[in-house]
Design a protein around this ligand. Sequence first.
Ligand code: 13P
Ligand code: ZN
Length: 270
Amino acid sequence: MKDILTAPFVIEMVRTTANMYAHGWDERNGGNISLLLRESDVRDYVDVNTVLRTIPTGFFAPELAGKYFLVTGTGKYFKNVQYDPAANLGLIRIAADGTTAELLWGYSDGGQFTSELPAHLMSHVQRLQADPENRVVMHCHPANLLAMTYVHTLDEREFTRTLWQMCTECIVVFPDGVNVLPWMLCGTNEIGIATAEKMKTARLVVWSQHGIYGAGKDLDETFGLIETAEKAAEIYMKIAHLPRKNTITDDQMHLLEQRFGVKAREGYLD
Ligand code: 13P
Ligand code: ZN
């Protein structure tokens, strides 16, 4: 067996959690990540026939039976993942029953996966249907997106259009827009179901007064998606109280669609 601390998926997870902490998106234990892995990714690093512990997930996801995920631990601080990956991360496989997680590595201090596992795994199910290449679900608490949910309408078309207007490249990075949930109790199956429903039509889902979920094919892409939306929200929060003299018009957005070969969400541009 190779040392799992040298596995590309662990190294990338360590780098990503440290980077997210450095961006101020993950205070204390805020935020969580799940990374879908193939058996071929993990079998050089763990004995896939040795289950260290089983942990009930509390929900039923038969579509994910046999699938492997690297998942941040509940109550764990992103700033600490780099110093002790084995305590702060876990490699789980969803058992054949679709409701039990089999721990293959990690959570070494007796911990377990994030309390937001329902939102993560249900979102994986939806995103895989939309894009078989999807591998990552990422949650964090970026200040400007959160601030925006206090002062901006939560109407998804309006919220998306405002973000698109804040930086030229937003419509290119997230032409599918941003979906928005009202405040809901976190860590529950209910918010998991609601998030996954929103993931059918967009890779970004805002949790009002809480944070954001992003989905993508790898950690870099998903980080970049949230980074771009957060930059746009930062600009909005800088200008929202000032009279607006200029903007990016819908005609200009259509030029961006043509130039970059993207299609804005149906009905979101005039
Ligand atoms: P966990 O520590 O359980 O991952 O929860 C953090 C969080 O952001 C809850 O929404
Ligand atoms: Zn959170």
